[in-house]
Design a protein around this ligand. Sequence first.
Ligand code: FAD
Length: 355
Amino acid sequence: MMKTAMERIGIVGAGMTGATLASLLRTECAESKLLVLDKGRGVGGRMSTSRSMKANSFTVDLGAQYISITEAYKDKHHRFHDELTSEGILKTLSSEIDGHRNKDLSVTNYVAPEGVSSIVKHFLNQSGAELKKSEQITRVDVNGNKVQMTSDSGQMYECDSAVLTMPVPQILQLQGSIADIINSKPDVKQNLENVSYSSRFAVGLFYNPGTKISYTWGGKYITENPCVRFVAIENKKRGLNNPKLGPSVTVHTNVPFSLENLEQDKNVMVPTILQHLRDVLPELPEPAEIKGHKWRFSQVHKAYVNNPGCVVLNESPLIVLAGDGFTHSTMDGCIASAISTKDAMLRVIGSKSNI
Ligand code: FAD
């Protein structure tokens, strides 16, 4: 346990990294008050699961699709994997992923039957953190030994330490003294600016109960279309069969198409994406509801140099930068970042308490 007096730790981002970190901190520093802030209306970040407002259907995973656990992480993170599988949050992928390139037999693929956001919700619930949704942090300031985080609604949150887990370009957009701290460290600034992400559009299609989808695979990678890269039939991907719920489908665009149309509104792009989808899967029926989403920052293309897991930007008060930008874009990449962040926080706060 951390030896410091009770303190308030603010975590910006209720995604996989923020949620895992919160659960680790709950164990390691039980006395601390944890506050998680997110700009979204729901939790999950890029592990988001979306439901239909009109159709009584399965949900769609608009971001992460399935969880691939590599040999390197099987031992290292087995306690997280065991927890998620024993609680039924993850189960082995049983459907076919057509055109899947990674045939590495040492990799085990899992799906989240309740959608990928259930993984994030599990760790957030475990943490007991106070959660504030729809709070977009626009300023981070240092005031004496406190970190002040201010949202676009004007609300200010004062904490003893803060962890920022949003994509790195969004960290660089923050106003306040955090920008001065970053500017005062030219190497760190350059390394942050070098972190890059791919972009994608995602479309969710929701169907009424009884609608038949003739395709048998759970997911399909597409190479011969200028727009569509991946399609998942969610209920088949997750190995679920509930006749009371209609099927649902997720579509992801490819990187060149997404880059070319990055400044377009997601709703403007939906008809074009659906036209391409009809070329690829002509037997797909008309959905009852369609949801579009733009991931400006999708998966990490180039991570922070040497994949450190996190960067301690300021020691007193403590400000740490974390997230998949400091590792890589998988569930285990986020867990690795959360563990590094927890270790760095214990090191810095522990050394201060020993003075
Ligand atoms: P995020 O999930 O981005 O969390 C950051 C959070 O911060 C978000 O909730 C965001 O709302 C919030 N936020 C941002 N700015 C602010 C602000 N100013 N104020 C308050 N809150 C803010 N991974 C896999 O393992 N398997 C896959 O199949 C897979 N496929 C993917 C497909 C797509 C299309 C995408 C987009 C991602 C995919 N990934 C996949 C990657 C995976 O989703 C990410 O690596 C992971 O979700 C990143 O988690 P994170 O917590 O680091 O960041």
